[in-house]
Design a protein around this ligand. Structure first.
Ligand SMILES: *Cc1c(COP(=O)(O)O)cnc(C)c1O
Length: 380
């Protein structure tokens, strides 16, 4: 990636830099790869709700997947059509449900029978109807696919396959609830096709099983989860969307009237973002050298939270000589570390580092711990 370093010089660090050209190319690749009839791509707003990012995605014609009333509000403000908004989440509050109903959103992805009861109650009070899709927990085997974290039987997400029939009957008994489909989301940062193929087979079985009972789903939502290349963002700046959508086209049996929805977050926005931070000090320890930067876990929490690693680049050093450093932030927590034994060009106070692939679950997860300022942003 080429960074507009000259323009960085006047900006206060740390800040997020977004390469909007790369975002546009990514969206174009999605459009080309998802060309199949009845395929609809939504953007999972929770990955990044920066207005500049949302604007580009809105202009590209995607829908959105929201997990809070605040995200619905951000999407509506940005001009997304209410009918293109789906609302997911295990713990929707009464106030959020009321707001979503009044906004006339496209669909609620419902995760439990108690939630259905509340949606029915509020919709009845408001005199409107709620389209719902039931989020099914497909219980895809974690032992063979350890990267899947949300599709297991015993976790808080979704309705188990055993309880699905009860939830469907419940929907049919509610006058203000209209069941339109099934929703799935099996995890995140999935880098092989295998889990998606298994998901397709689970869906085929479920759809067939319920079709025999006269239950027709017009909407199938397969969630998100497509992974990106954190190790080498310049080799793979755009994920292999063709392979991803082709997998669904190959394995999922859709009837002509069925619509297939996707909710991609990370794979759309991760690679276009970098956290730009300035080196404050280079400190020599007994055996190690530490590069202490002005960004910390408050600006990018993924390394501290999930031991994630973002590629680190010194974007201003002109040195041909390299050295090995631990790159750490200023926060009073040992987990505030971006990389150990990183080989970087000779690094000195004042250099700018880029923490790459930080466009997803970066800026949006920033906090003010230690009374720090939130990171700024610069999109171009
Ligand atoms: C987080 C989430 C997504 C997006 O996941 P990515 O891994 O970022 O693609 C999609 N759908 C639901 C329900 C989610 O919770």
């Amino acid at each position: 990636m080429i960074f507009p370093i000259q323009e960085f010089e006047n900006l206060e660090t740390p800040f997020y830099y977004y390469d909007l050209k790369l975002l546009e190319s990514t969206l174009k690749a999605i459009k080309e790869a998802a060309h199949y009839a009845n395929y609809h791509v939504h953007y999972a707003v929770k990955a990044n709700a920066n207005p500049e990012i949302l604007r580009v995605i809105q202009q590209a014609g995607l829908g959105v997947d929201c997990v809070s009333g605040g995200e619905i509000k951000a999407a509506l403000n940005m001009g997304f059509a209410p009918s293109d908004i789906v609302f997911a989440g295990v713990g929707k509050s009464d106030r959020e449900i009321e707001y979503a109903l009044k906004s006339d959103i496209g669909c609620f992805n419902v995760e439990s029978i108690p939630e259905l009861e509340v949606i029915q109650m509020i919709a009845s009070r408001l005199g409107c109807n709620a389209n719902v899709a039931l989020r099914v927990n497909p219980d895809i085997d974690a032992h063979t696919h350890h990267y899947i974290t949300t599709g297991l039987e015993e976790n808080k997400f979704g309705i188990s396959m055993q309880m699905l029939e009860k939830a469907i009957s419940y929907c049919y008994a509610q006058p203000n609830v209209k069941l339109i489909g099934l929703h799935f989301h099996i995890g995140s940062q999935i880098t092989t096709n295998e889990p998606f193929r298994i998901l397709c087979e689970r869906i085929n079985d479920l759809v067939k099983q319920f079709a025999e009972k006269g239950v027709v789903f017009t909407s199938i939502n397969v969630g998100g989860g497509l992974g990106i290349d954190y190790d080498d963002p310049d080799r793979n700046p755009i994920p292999d969307f063709k392979d991803y959508f082709d997998t669904f086209n190959k394995y999922l049996k859709l009837s002509p009237k069925q619509h297939l929805h996707f909710e991609l977050g990370r794979s759309i926005v991760a690679q276009c973002g970098s956290l730009i931070t300035r080196v404050l000090y280079v400190k020599e320890g007994l055996k190690k050298k530490f590069v202490i930067v002005d960004a910390g876990m408050t600006d990018l929490i993924r390394p501290a939270l999930y031991q994630a690693h973002h590629k680190i680049e010194n974007i201003t050093s002109k040195s041909d000589v390299t050295d090995v450093y631990d790159v750490v932030g200023p926060i009073c927590e040992s987990s505030d570390c971006f990389g150990q034994d990183e080989t970087l060009p000779l690094t000195k106070r004042g250099d700018l580092l880029a923490l790459r692939s930080a466009g997803a679950y970066g800026e949006i997860m920033a906090s003010q711990y230690n009374c720090r300022n939130l990171p700024g942003s610069f999109a171009k």
